[in-house]
Ligand binder design. Structure first.
Ligand SMILES: NC(=O)c1ccc[n+]([C@@H]2O[C@H](COP(=O)([O-])OP(=O)(O)OC[C@H]3O[C@@H](n4cnc5c(N)ncnc54)[C@H](OP(=O)(O)O)[C@@H]3O)[C@@H](O)[C@H]2O)c1
Length: 312
């Protein structure tokens, strides 16, 4: 891949901050600016396998029909994600056509084997769980998924043994559970304490920080990888910062957009393994992937970021 300066600026890092300060982002010092190897990686504690910390969600954004008009931008999003070093793709049977679209696009781009595919099971009953997981494999056009998660703790006592069995059979590589609701945090904590899980997925953002009180420290203590959903609060954080100028001090942690500001905040928490923002737009994908490059804010900077957002 060869990138022009225009491409680099569109990728969202550097730009005017670089021109003003003379500071050069990490990728600008490399011969291949978007070299996949420059994406930050983090280990899954249960195995030590390294995965890129910038992933991709599919809720709502990948719910598309088969028309070129709807599929073409999503194909670009997934192609760019892959080219820019992303691997972790999160989907679910309850995201409309998202599993079908993900399966078709992975096949068309020939990238299934490069990706780390995560999906979920959200149904009551043992047979129903098996049926739903089998349907997911068919829709994703794969014979195994990398991560199977009990979605929002639904019938977890029934589904967890089945998912573990699938892991033993090689149809699932990692086991996890998800939430995105504070109302479930107490239950979630209970399951984190009583079960051995490879991954937990939860909501955490600069505007919704409760997970940092108990769940994130517990994940570190229990050796569980953390996948963060809703890093933009479904886009609401962008409404908050609309019309606001990004402070110059953001260049100190290689941040050149509000999207990167929100993502770098999440990634700078030591318990976080991977964050999965969703987008249907190639330009937003470029912007988001740049958050996996360069420096991250330290504790003092994180406090400053929180103060800024809290005051808006
Ligand atoms: N309980 C669970 O298991 C659970 C719950 C919620 C979410 N999730 C997972 O987590 C993923 C992420 O959460 P989410 O989709 O709810 O919300 P999110 O990632 O916080 O926000 C997505 C929204 O942000 C916009 N956006 C993305 N990048 C942007 C950028 N650079 N600039 C401006 N706008 C941008 C997107 O619109 P555009 O399309 O216009 O870019 C979209 O509307 C989901 O897709 C799903 O995979 C799991």
């Amino acid at each position: 891949m060869n990138y022009t300066r225009r491409d680099m600026i569109q990728m969202g890092v550097g730009g005017s901050a670089a021109l003003l300060t003379g500071w050069r982002p990490v990728w600008a010092q490399a011969t291949r600016p978007a070299d996949v190897s420059s994406q930050r990686k983090r280990p899954i504690p249960s195995t030590g396998e390294n995965i890129p910390c910038m992933g991709l969600g599919t809720s709502r954004t990948f719910h598309a029909d088969t028309s070129d008009e709807q599929r073409a931008p999503l194909k670009d999003v997934l192609r760019l994600f892959h080219e820019m070093g992303g691997t972790v793709l999160d989907t679910a049977p309850s995201y409309g056509n998202a599993e079908i679209v993900s399966g078709d696009l992975m096949r068309d781009l020939g990238i299934r084997s490069d990706l780390f595919v995560a999906t979920k099971v959200r149904v009551r009953g043992q047979a129903e769980g098996v049926e739903q997981m089998q349907a997911s494999l068919r829709r994703l056009q794969t014979d195994r998924v990398d991560l199977m998660q009990i979605h929002n703790l639904m019938d977890i006592q029934t589904q967890l043994p089945t998912v573990r069995k699938w892991k033993d059979q090689g149809r699932v590589r990692y086991v996890g559970m998800t939430t995105s609701s504070r109302r479930q945090y107490e239950d979630f904590e209970h399951w984190m304490k009583s079960e051995t899980l490879d991954f937990v997925q939860l909501d955490y953002s600069i505007g919704q920080r409760e997970a940092a009180e108990r769940l994130l420290p517990l994940a570190e203590e229990r050796g569980m990888a953390v996948m963060v959903n809703r890093p933009f609060m479904r886009g609401r954080l962008f409404q908050k910062t609309q019309g606001e100028v990004l402070p110059e001090w953001c260049a100190e942690f290689d941040c050149a957009s509000w999207g990167q500001f929100f993502l770098k905040y999440v990634l700078s928490h030591p318990a976080v393994t991977v964050v999965i923002p969703a987008t249907s737009k190639p330009d937003h994908l470029r912007d988001n992937m740049a958050a996996g490059l360069g420096r991250l804010p330290d504790k003092a900077m994180r406090d400053r970021m929180e103060g800024l957002i809290d005051a808006m």
